[in-house]
Design a protein around this ligand. Structure first.
Ligand SMILES: Nc1ncnc2c1ncn2[C@@H]1O[C@H](COP(=O)(O)OP(=O)(O)OP(=O)(O)O)[C@@H](O)[C@H]1O
Ligand SMILES: [Mg+2]
Length: 288
């Protein structure tokens, strides 16, 4: 198993990351800069998040994106010891060297014709902003946007807000490109503890609730979060249809048991849970 201890990796000076879900540090590992993402602690998320598998979600989500042929951050799972030993997800920093991330929130803010601000996730306004922005050919952006929608539907991602995708700018050349997909920490029920995993494995109704009722998309229609399965059933956007036509064969061809068996740190229960949940999602979320 490919286990890594990141504890003694040197910190990279003058580099830090924002985000509401857990601590992050920049470290040097194998001659590259990596963002170590720690699972959020109960103190940081006082509501109901006393438990989080977000490191596993980050790694599995990003790996699945890559296996489906979509450019996504490279990730490695490892441990970090600081009093407690935690499982962390190392995400290779794709801004090194010399690139700057321009997230879609700031891009949407720059479109003066739009009604809502950068953070608004009403689908029609996001699509308008994709057409109205002047950084990249809208057809390239639309393509990525709907590919992300399809894969996030498969993975049950409930947090693809406008800060969680974007463009890369090379200030030296002025060149702009799509950023690799990042922040997959809210895929695959990161808050499911052992009790929930057992329930999902033992009861079809418990499984179905976590496919048809929650998690939902961050995108909204008429102010309400899009329910993945309902939306896909009646999908009529041509760009969504072509993303589905491209990706569904790859999703169905994905060797889920092999992916799970090569993932380190998983307990037997987690192996069973991720295999069942991913297999069920690909059957049910996309069923008409
Ligand atoms: N692989 C990466 N390379 C470079 N920068 C990254 C990478 N992943 C994330 N970032 C930057 O770090 C920020 C925080 O990371 P991330 O979005 O993964 O954290 P989070 O706490 O889960 O965020 P959120 O508030 O969306 O829950 C991102 O908004 C982005 O600016
Ligand atoms: Mg984020």
């Amino acid at each position: 198993m490919n286990e890594i201890d990141f504890t003694d990796c040197p910190r990279v000076p003058a580099r830090a990351y924002s985000g509401a879900n857990g601590k992050k540090v920049a470290v040097s590992f194998e001659n590259a800069v990596w963002l170590l993402k720690f699972p959020p602690s109960a103190a940081e998320k006082p509501n109901d998040l006393s438990y989080s598998n977000s490191s596993l979600s980050e790694h599995l989500g990003s790996t699945i994106y890559r296996r489906l042929g979509i450019d996504a951050q490279e990730t490695r799972l490892g441990i970090h010891r600081n009093g407690k030993t935690k499982i962390v997800c190392a995400c290779r920093d794709f801004t090194v060297p010399g690139k700057r991330l321009l997230d879609f929130c700031s891009i949407k803010n720059s479109v003066l014709d739009g009604e809502s601000g950068g953070t608004g996730t009403e689908l029609a306004e996001v699509l308008d902003a994709i057409q109205g922005q002047q950084f990249l050919d809208p057809s390239i952006v639309l393509n990525r946007f709907w590919e992300m929608f399809v894969v996030d539907a498969f993975l049950g991602n409930f947090d693809r807000h406008n800060g969680n995708w974007g463009f890369l700018v090379d200030d030296a050349t002025g060149q702009v490109s799509l950023a690799p997909v990042y922040d997959c920490g809210s895929c695959l029920l990161p808050q499911a503890d052992e009790t929930i995993m057992r329930k999902v494995l033992e009861s079809e109704a418990e499984l179905d609730a976590r496919i048809y009722t929650f998690p939902n998309s961050m995108l909204k229609q008429n102010g309400r979060k899009i329910v993945y399965h309902d939306f896909l059933k009646t999908a009529d956007d041509p760009n969504l249809k072509s993303a589905l036509a491209r990706l569904l064969p790859c999703i169905h061809a994905l060797d889920i048991p092999a992916l799970i068996s090569e993932t380190p740190y998983l307990t037997d229960l987690q192996r069973d849970f991720y295999t069942r949940y991913l297999t069920a999602r690909r059957e049910k979320v996309f069923a008409s």
